[in-house]
Structures are given as structure tokens and as C-alpha cells.
Design a protein around this ligand. Structure first.
Ligand code: KIV
Length: 281
């Protein structure tokens, strides 16, 4: 029976086995076009709920729905063949109970074909992570600055900068790792804390404002391409495409107004023997 795709995708267990090994590379993507560009270079693509802010202009990730996540994840799946695709469970779709989380996660995996889900939260989510993993759902955790909790956190500032908070975040990461998460995102926290967590837990850590010592790194694609207006300290702009896009659009507008675009090379002629040619002469 030959039912397998030509290229096998990277799996969650393969990434889990990379603890302490070659760094795991990841970026976000929300649609097929960028996903296709990323696919050869990254180990996993995160369809993050940051799409609410980046793609839909929302002020936070809180209003993002399961339907939005599924729509974007399907596009990313269509654009990729190789990378593991991980999809965020959005706020309000999983926190109520392990069963609610299973219903949402299984729907996401079935309707998108993605290989794993990500959810935010520490000790209070450990039971849910265990419930999902035991039922065949690979789960990536996310601790530290957890954007879905913006309304209780009050700001997007870095976490774990005092001893008490650092101890709680370490306990969060340990609980999620022990519950069976195949990897854990460490977002916006004091660097020594991200380093310690990486040393102390068995799941690979994926830093975003974490530490170079993390087992991997992830960034929001639009931020690292220089498309975001305001980016956090942890973003390095590997390109500055914003001004380039603006310049291209300005050039286009000027050429359309001056009727220099489209040029002769951009329009369709007629075959040499077309009677329409003669009629138009
Ligand atoms: O939604 C997202 O893009 C994320 C990353 C910031 C890790 O969760």
C-alpha cells in the first residue's frame, strides 16, 4: 500500500529527541506563500495565534477563534511538505477542562492535518497536557510571558526577573514537561531563568526572548522581516522589508498615474496572422 506522502514530515517525537542536540529552528507562518518559503529551512512552523494581531489587526490574541486558527493552518499545510506544523489553541478554547481541550485539539488536527498543537500555561495546565498526550495529541507548552493572559498580566513585559516569579515559572515549565509536552516555548523571561529551565527539564525549550542556551528558537516571521511597527527587544530584524514594500507601492502608484505601467512587455499581443490586427490598423 503506497499511501504515504513522498516526503515524510518532521514529527513531534523527532523534535523531542533533539533535546541538547542541534538547535531547533522555527518561525511563524499564517499562509501558504510564506510557509512554502520557510519549509526547507525550519524544523517546525508555528501557526501562532499572534496571527490575530499580525494578520487581522487585533490588539491582542484574546479574540482569536478556533475557526481563524483552522483557516490559516490549512493554508500553511498546503504550502508545506517537510516541516512539522504546530497550531496554537486560541484563548477560551481549551482552558475549561481537559475534555474541552481534547475536543478543540482533535478538531484542529483533523481539520488541518497539522502534527501538533500548542497551548499556554504552567502548573494549572499540566493535567490537560497529560490528558491530551495520553490520547494521541502532541502538545507544545508555552510558559513565561503568556500573551493570552494579557488581561491578568497587565502588560507584555518580561517575566521571571525576581526570585519568586522565577521559581514559579521554573515550576510551570517542569510541570508541563513532566506532563509529556514534546517541547516548551519560553517567552520573554530573564535570560538566566531560560538557561536554568533548559538545563533542568527534559523537554526541549524553544526560546523567544529566552536564552541562546535554549534548545531552539522561534520568532514571528513578520517581525524578523522588518514588517512590524513595534517589535519587542528580543526580535532581531534579519531584513527590513517594510520600507522596501512601501517604496515598491509608491513606484507602482506613480507609474500607473503616469501611464508608464503596464509597458508593452506586460500586455498580450495578437497572433501575427490575426484578422483583428488588420481590423485595428
Ligand atoms: O502566537 C505566536 O506567534 C506565539 C509565539 C510568540 C511563540 O505563540
Amino acid at each position: 500500500m503506497s499511501t504515504q506522502a513522498e516526503t515524510r514530515r518532521i514529527t513531534a517525537p523527532q523534535l523531542q529527541a533533539r533535546k541538547g542536540g542541534e538547535p531547533i529552528v522555527s518561525l511563524t507562518s499564517y499562509h501558504a506563500h510564506t510557509a512554502r518559503l520557510l519549509d526547507p529551512y525550519v524544523d517546525f512552523i508555528l501557526v501562532g495565534d499572534s496571527l490575530g494581531m499580525v494578520m487581522h489587526g487585533l490588539e491582542s490574541t484574546v479574540p482569536v477563534t478556533v475557526e481563524m486558527m483552522i483557516l490559516h493552518a490549512r493554508a500553511v499545510m498546503r504550502g508545506t511538505r517537510r516541516a512539522l506544523v504546530v497550531v496554537d489553541l486560541p484563548f477560551g478554547s481549551y482552558e475549561g477542562s481537559p475534555l474541552e481541550a481534547f475536543h478543540t485539539a482533535s478538531r484542529v488536527l483533523k481539520e488541518t492535518g497539522a502534527g501538533a498543537v500548542k497551548l499556554e500555561g504552567g502548573r494549572h495546565m499540566a493535567e490537560t497536557v497529560r490528558f491530551l498526550v495520553d490520547r494521541g495529541v502532541p502538545v507544545m507548552g508555552h510558559v513565561g510571558m503568556t500573551p493570552q493572559a494579557i488581561n491578568t498580566l497587565g502588560s507584555f513585559k518580561a517575566r521571571g526577573r525576581d526570585e519568586a516569579e522565577a521559581a514559579l515559572i521554573l515550576a510551570d515549565a517542569r510541570a508541563i514537561s513532566d506532563a509529556g509536552a514534546f517541547a516548551i516555548v519560553l517567552e520573554a523571561m530573564a535570560e538566566p531563568l531560560a538557561r536554568t529551565i533548559t538545563q533542568e527539564i527534559s523537554a526541549p525549550t524553544i526560546g523567544i526572548g529566552g536564552s541562546p542556551a535554549c534548545d531552539g528558537q522561534v520568532l514571528v516571521l513578520e517581525d524578523m522581516l522588518g514588517l512590524g511597527d513595534r517589535v519587542p527587544k528580543f526580535v532581531k530584524k534579519f531584513a527590513n522589508l517594510g520600507p522596501q514594500i512601501e517604496q515598491a507601492v509608491e513606484n507602482y502608484a506613480n507609474e500607473v498615474r503616469a501611464r508608464t505601467f503596464p509597458g508593452p512587455e506586460h500586455v498580450y499581443g495578437l497572433p501575427k496572422d490575426s484578422p483583428l490586427l488588420k481590423a485595428g490598423e
